[in-house]
Design a protein around this ligand. Structure first.
Ligand SMILES: *Cc1c(COP(=O)(O)O)cnc(C)c1O
Length: 362
């Protein structure tokens, strides 16, 4: 028997045990082919089925409309930071970025080398503790796109209202909460996510893009970096990250068997409520720096009265089987990342641990 602990790491993160076991069971001899899935040709029938089933499962689970294409690319979410301005920048057009924290900053850093770069909203003055409301977002005149990060993994904030930007394409980095809520495809033109949070292993990036936006991709860029070329080749322009896609498909099968996105959303609410309730019931001993209306259901951040206590808390929690609770090095504090595969019991037991720790240390 394996000794699995509660892994609250922000990413790469815990994956569903059945998805891991499936890989283990069929690893050496995939479907009686006499080899593993990572030894097959990426154009052979075994991998071909994995590839297309993964796309179909994404389409089914996220209810992706027919006028969108689904891509599975190398390079995680980060490669898309680079590809977005590369594909869509054009003379005289603004590249609009919404600044909500670490990940939106990193995405924006890649847009900055283009002339049209523009920051249209920021919560820097509030230390990135809130998300904009829909009404606060107005694209520039002649905007090529508006870019958002809808769940800031480090700051622990989650977008609640999707803005309506009219004809301006809206592009969203949903890396750390994709597959935990419905996506309003009537308001969104491109969604992307690194797989390593809610979908599978690191290295893979999923892109869901409106076909009319594909037509706007610049032609004078490297083929490999073109969404259009990748779409025209069904993400098989070169050898795709086959093992990551295979693992993601195992995860998607598990999501399907566990209530789909609606089921995942329910679990996310349950898990995060346990921790936020423990914080709120502590009389300020634990404090959450984030505006209440913007609290993330996936990444819950909180502080203790001192950094010494935080260190002690993280150490004792690890010894008790709760791993990965240290906040990001840039912000400190504590953070519980509770992606789809985190059992509700993990959150419930962590909340109890918080109550007990406070009792013993205050
Ligand atoms: C983790 C993360 C990324 C980066 O993902 P990579 O797979 O490392 O490229 C980007 N955006 C958000 C919101 C993330 O949480």
């Amino acid at each position: 028997m394996t000794n699995r602990i509660f892994n609250f790491s922000a990413g790469p993160c815990t994956l569903p045990l059945p998805a891991l076991e499936k890989a283990q069971n069929e690893f050496l001899d995939y479907q009686c082919s006499g080899m593993s899935i990572i030894e097959q040709s990426h154009r052979g029938k075994f991998y071909d089925e994995v590839h297309n089933t993964a796309i179909q499962n994404l389409k089914f689970l996220l209810q992706v409309p027919d006028d969108f294409s689904i891509l599975m690319l190398h390079g995680g979410a980060t490669q898309n930071f680079v590809m977005i301005p590369m594909n869509f920048a054009s003379e005289g057009k603004a590249l609009d970025y919404v600044m909500t924290g670490s990940w939106s900053k990193k995405a924006a850093a890649e847009g900055k080398s283009y002339a049209g770069y523009k920051e249209i909203w920021t919560s820097a003055d509030k230390n990135f503790t809130c998300m904009p409301t829909a009404a606060q977002i107005t694209p520039s005149e002649n905007s090529a796109y508006v870019h958002f990060c809808t769940n800031e993994t480090i700051g622990g904030i989650e977008l609640q209202e999707y803005p309506d930007c009219g004809d301006v394409p809206v592009i969203m980095d949903m890396s750390s909460h994709i597959m935990s809520r419905e996506i309003p495809f009537d308001r969104v033109d491109m969604v992307y996510a690194g797989a390593q949070k809610n979908l599978g292993p690191a290295g893979l990036g999923v892109v869901i893009i409106r076909n009319s936006l594909l037509e706007k991709c610049n032609a004078n860029i490297p083929n490999f970096m073109s969404y259009k070329v990748q779409a025209d080749n069904n993400s098989l322009y070169n050898t795709p990250p086959v093992f990551a896609i295979y693992m993601m498909n195992n995860v998607l099968e598990w999501v399907k068997a566990n209530g789909g996105v609606v089921g995942m959303e329910k679990l996310a609410k349950q898990r995060s409520s346990f921790i936020y309730d423990a914080v709120d019931a502590s009389g300020g001993w634990y404090s959450c720096p984030v505006e209440k209306t913007c609290r993330s259901r996936m990444n819950v951040v909180w502080r203790l009265p001192s950094e010494e206590l935080e260190k002690k808390f993280i150490g004792e929690a690890a010894a008790a089987g709760f791993s990965g609770l240290k906040g990001h090095r840039s912000v400190g504090g504590c953070r519980a990342s509770m992606y789809n595969a985190m059992p509700v019991a993990g959150a419930e037991q962590l909340a109890q641990f918080m109550v007990d720790f406070k009792k013993n240390n205050s």
